[in-house]
Ligand binder design. Structure first.
Ligand SMILES: Cc1ncc(COP(=O)(O)O)c(C=O)c1O
Length: 365
């Protein structure tokens, strides 16, 4: 039993977040209906431009999901059968799935034991002459150092940044997407920028790559009735774009609040947390715990009304769908899967709620 009296602290609270901007959302949805702009229309184009500009890049292409964004970016960069693509073993499964979808082979590499970001030494170990690209993941909203991304590019690899958890994140003042060949985002509802369903986007500084993604997501066409290659139907729809456009206007302030909360968590919990550098956007706030004690701690926190989760309990090396792609052991990814525990993080959360969560973590650990 803890000595702390609690009120509930949800893991995140989308209902409250949306209620706080209800009028703007209602107006945006009504506008799409009034314009009947459901696919590929004004709302989508407006959002694509605004989203790219928010990252300081010239090109943004809205697509059906984060997974599709990754697959479309790979294909736009000419990656497919005969190629290998290196992905970290500690990520959401979609990073590797996208590689399989384009006919290439995902090769799993390990992560750094502290940061849980893709480890360059492991990348070097699994690289072969078939390796065409690497897909570093800005996991939890913590940014993979751009000097590393640029070193991979200088060595002849394409780099597709998986920024599904890293909207507006920066590294030494530069935005995600500005180092890699393309950056891919998810707008799954719980993401830092979330739609009212599935959605995703690719941003890039390169006009040719942008044009290829735009064509491939729309049945391989540039004009209405001429399809000169096989594409996908993976367009961001107008309603999602309108909702995202409203939320994008609030994203800087929501991101700043996540950063304030994360700093307080860090003051309280210090090196129990997975570390980050300035510019991280804290999609998830993750601590490391004794693997043998994690289930008990999860249950104890939940019993006190604290929303907690595990991201991700099963490394890609241990996923039944991916065992064929294991080239080298990834012990740090597997150890991370057994020891991570995600604490509440929500832009409308208060500092006193952070104190409450930290008090409980301390008293229950
Ligand atoms: C790191 C990472 N990559 C890719 C994805 C896939 O995004 P989506 O679910 O929108 O397809 C996600 C979403 O959960 C993710 O967290």
């Amino acid at each position: 039993m803890s000595a702390v009296t609690t009120t509930e602290v949800p893991f995140q609270d989308l209902t409250r977040l949306h209620a706080s901007i209800q009028d703007e959302l209602d107006a945006a949805v009504a506008d799409v209906m009034a314009r009947s702009g459901f696919v590929g229309a004004g709302a989508c184009r407006e959002f694509e431009s605004a989203f790219a500009a928010a990252h300081g890049l010239p090109h943004g292409i809205g697509v059906g999901s984060g997974t599709d964004a990754l697959a479309l970016a790979l294909r736009a960069l000419g990656i497919g059968p005969g190629h290998e693509v290196i992905v970290p073993a500690m990520t959401f499964v979609a990073t590797a799935e996208a590689v399989v979808h384009v006919g290439a082979v995902p090769v799993l590499a390990d992560v750094d034991p502290e940061t849980l970001l893709l480890d360059p030494a492991s990348v070097a170990e699994v690289r072969t002459d078939k390796t065409a690209a690497v897909m570093p993941v800005h996991l939890f909203g913590h940014v993979v150092p751009f000097d590393q991304i640029e070193a991979w590019q200088a060595s002849g690899l394409r780099v597709i940044e998986d920024a599904a958890q890293a909207h507006l994140a920066t590294w030494q003042g530069r935005s995600v997407g500005s180092a890699g060949d393309a950056a891919c985002f998810s707008f799954y509802p719980g993401k830092n920028l979330g739609a009212f369903g599935d959605g995703g986007a690719v941003i890039t500084k390169d006009a040719v790559t942008a044009g290829r993604v735009a064509k491939l997501r729309d049945h391989g066409r540039e004009s209405k009735y001429l399809h000169d290659e096989i594409g996908w139907c993976s367009r961001l729809d107008g309603l999602q774009a309108a909702v995202l456009d409203v939320k994008l206007r609030h994203l800087p302030e929501w991101t700043a609040q996540r950063q304030v909360l994360a700093e307080r968590y860090r003051e309280r919990l210090g090196d129990r947390l997975v570390p980050w550098e300035d510019g991280a956007v804290h999609h998830l706030l993750v601590m490391r715990v004794d693997p043998n004690d994690r289930d008990r701690l999860l249950e104890a926190l939940r019993a006190e009304g604290i929303g907690v989760g595990v991201h991700y309990p099963v490394a890609l090396t241990q996923q039944p769908s991916l065992t064929a792609y294991l080239r080298t052991p990834c012990p740090h990814s597997e150890a991370a899967g057994a020891s991570v525990l995600s604490l509440p993080m929500d832009p409308l959360m208060t500092l006193s709620q952070v104190e409450l969560v930290c008090d409980l973590v301390e008293s229950l650990s």
